[in-house]
Design a protein. Structure first.
Length: 147
């Protein structure tokens, strides 16, 4: 008989396998493998143990880097959560007041001037085309595309 923990492990494995085989991730695997191995499959002529060891070592460093980042993010989220839990009553009062205030604003009872203005951040570039590469670089980095 399968207990609940085994069912959870099987479900987690199946979900990971499905996400790995998704059309968003699967095409990235050859590029990831060649990046980790330090060479492309076409340029690979020998299957030496040193090349395999290098690929395994770089893969472990890659996984260790991801794990470190996510552990740090998880620990900081836990710390923020504990801080918010300690002030839960006060935050409930403040949140309720904000919701009531926005409701009165929506009804038109309150009209604070700082909620009645519009703020737009626009970037103006010269028309000579010299700033276009800088803007495209900045835009790709903000979208999460590595350079």
């Amino acid at each position: 008989m399968i207990d609940l923990s085994q069912t959870g492990m099987i479900a987690a494995f199946a979900a990971g396998l499905i996400s790995f085989l998704s059309p968003c991730v699967l095409p990235l695997v050859p590029g990831y493998v060649s990046y980790i191995a330090g060479q492309s499959i076409a340029s690979r002529t020998t299957k030496s143990a040193a090349v395999r060891f290098q690929a395994v070592a770089l893969s472990l460093c890659f996984v260790l880097g991801f794990a470190t980042i996510f552990v740090i993010l998880g620990a900081s989220a836990t710390a923020v959560g504990q801080l918010l839990i300690s002030y839960r009553y006060e935050l409930n009062l403040v949140g309720g007041a904000v919701v009531i205030g926005f409701g009165l604003f929506t009804l038109g009872v309150l009209r604070p001037s700082w909620l009645q203005r519009e703020l737009r951040l626009t970037q103006r570039f010269r028309g000579d085309g010299r700033a276009a590469p800088i803007f495209s670089e900045w835009h790709s980095r903000s979208a999460g595309v590595p350079a």
